[in-house]
Design a protein around this ligand. Structure first.
Ligand code: ADP
Ligand code: GLC
Length: 479
């Protein structure tokens, strides 16, 4: 049995901005089911959805600040969650990383450097728990300093750093090295320095014993200039320590047979019931109720990565066809405004809900016929897996985890029973539009469509196999 300290900046259902939270809320459970001793550590944000008992585990002073480490549990599990409590840094409203206008909190470097330092103190068993992890598993730039700082310790745990998204790197001015009190020996081009900036993510990429990313294809992609953001050289250099492990999904939360947030539950055997979710969704978002009109769903952070602009460019042609588009998202303010204007101009065809809404996300997965995910890059992506589980055919670009989890529909894949979506190659609206037209042709061919839905619904996206892969990796890392 391994002791694993899982260091993360978000975990569902405590707090979520994207897929990292889904992974942090479900991978530790899958590891616990494999009899591993897992604990989470994350900041004690003001907006956490806390459930059940919470108590103070330990108090300490760092940089003249009083820090409390609180303990609660990951809901529906026995997994301890340690919350780093420092009101000056984490007691902010809303999003953990940005203010209401989407600008990063100005003291993010201080906030996450402190978080990393406390995680290191816990990892070195200095909080009176008599619990020293074998593995410290860090995630994304917010925990990037942990492997760097631990590399300076004698008799330390092994470190794993998982890249969920290389586009976010935690870059700050070089002068922060001093104000954050980071040991000078970590400052060099092989260390935390990145073009004379302080890079948190390099703390993970350069110092972790092992680097993972969330799909095999993305593991290859980030070693190339197109996806590497200047870090491809370092990643190629470390390629023997780099592995891609595809994310699983929480098959309890995302299960159309037991999903309590949808209108009508269904399985592959009762897929005819799916349509009741479509009509309820139409009612809920104010679109004309019509069982037969093809409906596209889209749920996303509205950022460049997700290719929403390509969807917008396809709209003039799409609007000429019978179709509906239900979109849920938040992010870039200019994109939000454009979407709202479109929804107002075409109220019979486009419904836009801005903001974060979990139950609507479930209903869209259940109600839509097709799900649009034309990402420019996608380390793993979860919605294409949720969609397949709900018999909602994903239309995805062939990149990262999308390439690894969706099988394009052709005569061959229809014949061998693997066709589960529409996959297109180039990141431009022309190829997306072709993919949409291809999907519509199949939609109007009910037998093919039904086969695709059944193939998609019978795929195994559970965590079991991926959690095993993490475990094998942990076992190789002895310290
Ligand atoms: P990313 O982490 O890059 O945003 P993923 O596909 O890995 O992409 O995960 C996104 C997660 O966030 C999914 O669980 C998705 O349903 C959820 N999500 C994104 N935007 C919203 C929203 N506006 N409301 C509810 N859920 C959302
Ligand atoms: C990131 C990626 C997404 C991935 C998620 C969880 O947010 O953008 O592709 O699914 O992390 O690993």
């Amino acid at each position: 049995m391994k002791k694993i300290l899982f260091v993360t900046s978000e975990a569902h259902p405590l707090i979520k901005t994207g897929g990292l939270a889904d992974v942090s809320g479900s991978l530790p459970k899958a590891l616990a089911e494999l009899s591993q001793d897992v604990r989470l550590i994350m900041p004690n944000y003001q907006t956490l959805n806390l459930y059940g008992e919470i108590h103070t585990l330990f108090s300490l002073r760092v940089d003249n600040r009083q820090i409390n480490i609180l303990e609660t549990r990951l809901p529906d599990s026995n997994i301890p969650v340690w919350l780093v409590d420092c009101p000056e840094f984490y007691n902010y409203p809303g999003n953990p990383y940005t203010d209401e206008s989407g600008n990063p909190w100005p003291n993010n470097a201080e906030r996450f450097a402190l978080f990393c330092r406390i995680a290191v103190i816990c990892a070195m068993d200095k909080i009176g728990q008599n619990w020293r992890p074998d593995i410290v598993h860090c995630n994304d730039w917010q925990s990037g300093l942990v492997p760097a700082l631990l590399s300076l310790e004698k008799d330390r745990p092994a470190t794993v750093f998982t890249v969920h998204n290389l586009a976010y790197q935690g870059l700050f001015s070089a002068s922060r090295m001093v104000t954050l009190n980071i040991p000078g020996q970590l400052w060099n081009p092989e260390g935390l320095e990145f073009h004379n900036m302080l890079s948190f993510i390099k703390g993970g990429l350069a110092f972790a014993d092992c680097i993972t990313t969330v799909s095999p294809t993305y593991a290859q992609e980030i070693q190339t200039p197109a996806f590497g953001y200047g870090l491809e050289g370092l990643l190629r250099h470390r390629k023997d320590a780099l592995v891609g492990i595809i994310n699983g999904i929480d098959i309890q939360q995302w299960n159309p047979e037991i999903d309590g947030t949808i209108t009508q539950r269904y399985s592959a055997d009762s897929i005819h019931n799916k349509v009741h979710n479509k009509t309820e969704l139409q009612r809920r978002v104010g679109l004309p109720v019509n069982e037969n009109i093809p409906m596209f769903g889209l749920i996303s952070r509205l950022v460049e990565q997700k290719g929403i602009d390509m969807v917008l460019n396809c709209l003039p042609e799409m609007l000429a066809m019978p179709m509906q588009l239900v979109l849920l998202g938040s992010g870039d303010k200019a994109v939000e405004q454009r979407l709202q204007a479109l929804a107002q101009a075409y109220p019979d065809k486009i419904a836009v809900t801005l903001g974060y809404n979990e139950s609507l996300a479930h209903l869209i997965e259940a109600g839509a016929d097709m799900f649009l995910m034309p990402s420019r890059f996608e380390p793993c992506g979860l919605n294409q897996m949720y969609s397949q589980r709900y018999g909602t055919i994903p239309i995805v670009r062939k990149t990262g985890g999308l390439a690894d989890t969706v099988v394009d529909t052709s005569m061959e894949t229809l014949a061998n029973g693997t066709a589960s979506g529409i996959v297109f190659n180039d990141a431009n609206s022309g190829t997306l539009l072709e993919a949409i037209k291809r999907a519509l042709l199949l939609y109007y061919s009910p037998e093919h469509w039904r086969n695709m839905q059944i193939n998609a619904m019978s795929k195994d996206f559970s965590w079991r196999r991926s959690a095993q892969e993490y475990l094998q990796l942990y076992e190789k890392l002895r310290h």
